[in-house]
Design a protein around this ligand. Structure first.
Ligand code: CP
Length: 308
């Protein structure tokens, strides 16, 4: 179904293909021997022009657990990009060595450009404030595993909805599932881009905006907290003014449903108090773990070693 395919934004895959990946992830999680040596002899290049902990390491863990190997760089300063090499030339070169590329780049559209100059699959691990499709796979798998469904629920996105690429990717994807109501909770300066709300409304799905988390938390099934993205601000003053606009505390959690789950793509800075980690509804570290299983499923699929 997916051999040889690139993943630049979540809309590249049909809902059927997404479901296939979630089923495969569950099989991999349940049976540690399943697909264990399936990628032996294959090489994954991880090209990170921006910092990452979860995405890079979960991809590398995924490839190693499938029996494959990894090569790459974790910062652009250690690649020839620092000497002025173009992205196209870097991708053409890496394509001579690897079977697939995972790339994070600060420029929107960089992953799409990369996919156009190579015949091997390119996976977008984040392009500026645009998309982060494998975080969306992670988020959907987590919701499916913990709530048992990907339909008929209310999700609140809270924090930096302007620059948060994980929000953009997930919100657009959720609008493809039935009965999902989306609440965007942010200060006016960090509101979700209009093109996201437009795409939801065009599909006749529900969405609305709010400023105070306390006003809406009681109606949510999923609360998706996000970090204020310091690296995308034009000035430090604005960042300092907005960085602690929302802090999820035990007191605020008291008003939430008993089965609401709290997600966060991580890293967190201060937006979820550490005291919330002990709440059984806090699911962000489980989410990080599911991210590895879904990336194993993705790599096995695009490298053509997964069952059809
Ligand atoms: N969620 C996420 O993209 O985390 P990293 O920046 O650590 O990869």
């Amino acid at each position: 179904m997916l051999p040889g395919r690139s993943l630049i934004e979540p809309g590249d895959f049909t809902l059927e293909e997404l479901n296939y990946l979630f089923s495969l992830s569950q099989k991999i999680e349940a049976d540690k021997t399943f697909l264990r040596e399936s990628c032996r002899g294959r090489l994954l290049a991880t090209l990170f022009f921006e910092p990452s902990t979860r995405t890079r390491l979960s991809f590398e863990a995924a490839m190693l657990r499938l029996g494959g190997s990894c090569l790459g760089f974790a910062e652009s300063s250690s690649s020839s990009a620092a000497k002025g090499e173009s992205l196209s030339d870097t991708i053409r070169t890496v394509s001579c060595y690897a079977d697939a590329i995972v790339m994070r780049n600060p420029k929107e559209g960089a992953a799409l450009l990369a996919s156009r100059v190579t015949a091997i699959p390119v996976i977008n691990a984040g392009d500026g404030g645009h998309h982060h499709p494998t975080q969306t796979l992670t988020d959907l798998l987590t919701i499916k595993r913990l709530h048992g469904r990907l339909e008929n629920f209310t999700i609140g996105f809270c924090g930096d909805l302007k620059f948060g690429r994980t929000v953009h990717s997930l919100a657009k994807t959720l609008s493809r599932y039935p009965g999902i109501s989306q609440v965007f909770i942010s200060p006016p300066e960090l509101k979700v881009p209009d093109y996201i709300t437009r795409s939801i409304l065009e599909k006749k799905q529900a969405c609305r905006e709010a400023e105070k988390l306390e006003d809406v938390i009681g109606g949510l099934d999923v609360l998706y907290m996000t970090r204020v993205q310091r690296e995308r601000f034009f000035n430090e003053e604005d960042y300092i003014r907005l960085k602690d606009f929302y802090v999820l505390t035990r007191e605020k959690m008291a008003a939430a449903k008993d089965d609401m789950i709290v997600l966060h793509p991580l890293p967190r800075v201060n937006e979820i108090a550490v005291e919330v980690d002990d709440d059984p509804r806090a699911a962000y570290f489980k989410q990080a773990r599911y991210g590895m299983y879904v990336r194993m499923a993705l790599l096995a699929s695009i490298l053509g070693v997964a069952p059809c």
